[in-house]
Write a protein that binds this ligand. Structure first.
Ligand SMILES: C[S@@+](CC[C@H](N)C(=O)[O-])C[C@H]1O[C@@H](n2cnc3c(N)ncnc32)[C@H](O)[C@@H]1O
Length: 244
């Protein structure tokens, strides 16, 4: 669960180009011949993508499980009249309406660790998606979680924030644990230390497709993220484009 990490999340994500992510999503809309008005963003985090969607005048509802992440999101998004922010769980939400597009980016889906829970996420997405709507999400590939990030422990000194990032991959559970030790500089020059543990489950593409089918989705495409290229054994991020 994102707690104190939320306050420095954007600082640590400095190299993530959310404008590129936004452009990719809009490009998908054009390619798929869809002009969504109502958009639902699941697991919006600190609202970095949401801000671009808001600027583009979509009617947006976004939610996240972590209140701490939403607090940061709220500070970025409060000036937009077309954004509604909610504290909800992807596994169990009922907003009582349908959306032209549902999106979830930056491997938030990997945070769903149990099979039954991912089934529920996809059932909820199906229920909340209009008949000609489009569901877009990405995952960290099983290859990335089991071969790349799990062997990539590192420390970074960003002045105000110093952290060590360790990963442990459980072959049996197919779950990667991120163990992050933060030291954040306080006003008096001392450092506040806190630890967060995050877990991401590795899913094979076939497992995702099976679950999407089970939820009722029929038109399922997937590509290397930010492109329309076929995935290969070394693809690290996979983007799904899904319709009913
Ligand atoms: C890697 S962050 C991505 C955040 C944001 N989408 C971004 O692009 O920066 C994963 C997010 O998923 C959220 N999350 C994890 N499990 C969730 C759940 N069951 N329901 C809603 N949000 C969840 C976390 O709180 C966190 O904000």
């Amino acid at each position: 669960m994102y707690r104190d990490f939320a306050g420095i999340y954007d600082e640590l994500m400095h190299d993530v180009d959310y404008k590129k992510w936004f452009d990719y999503i809009e490009n998908i809309y054009v390619k798929e011949g869809i002009t969504p008005a109502k958009v639902l963003e699941m697991a919006c985090g600190t609202g970095s993508l949401t801000r671009y969607l808001a600027e583009a005048k979509y009617d947006i509802t976004c939610f996240d499980l972590s209140l701490e992440m939403l607090t940061v999101a709220e500070s970025k998004l409060r000036k937009y009249r077309n954004v509604k922010i909610l504290n909800q769980d992807m596994i169990d939400f009922n907003l009582g309406g349908q959306y032209d597009s549902i999106i979830s980016i930056c491997d938030s889906i990997n945070y769903i660790l149990e099979d039954e829970d991912l089934d529920k996420v996809f059932e909820n997405a199906y229920k909340h998606l209009s008949d000609d709507g489009i569901f877009i999400f990405d995952i960290n590939s099983a290859y990335y979680l089991s071969e790349i990030i799990s062997n990539n422990n590192f420390v970074e000194d960003r002045g105000e924030v110093f952290y060590s990032w360790e990963s442990y991959y459980d072959e049996e559970e197919k779950i990667n644990q991120f163990y992050i030790n933060f030291f954040v500089k306080e006003e008096d020059g001392s450092y506040n230390r806190f630890i967060e543990e995050h877990y991401e489950r590795a899913y094979e593409v076939d497992e995702i497709i099976e679950k999407l089918n089970k939820a009722g989705f029929k038109d399922i495409k997937y590509y290397q993220a930010f492109s329309y290229d076929e995935i290969d054994s070394k693809t690290e991020r996979i983007n799904f484009i899904v319709k009913k």
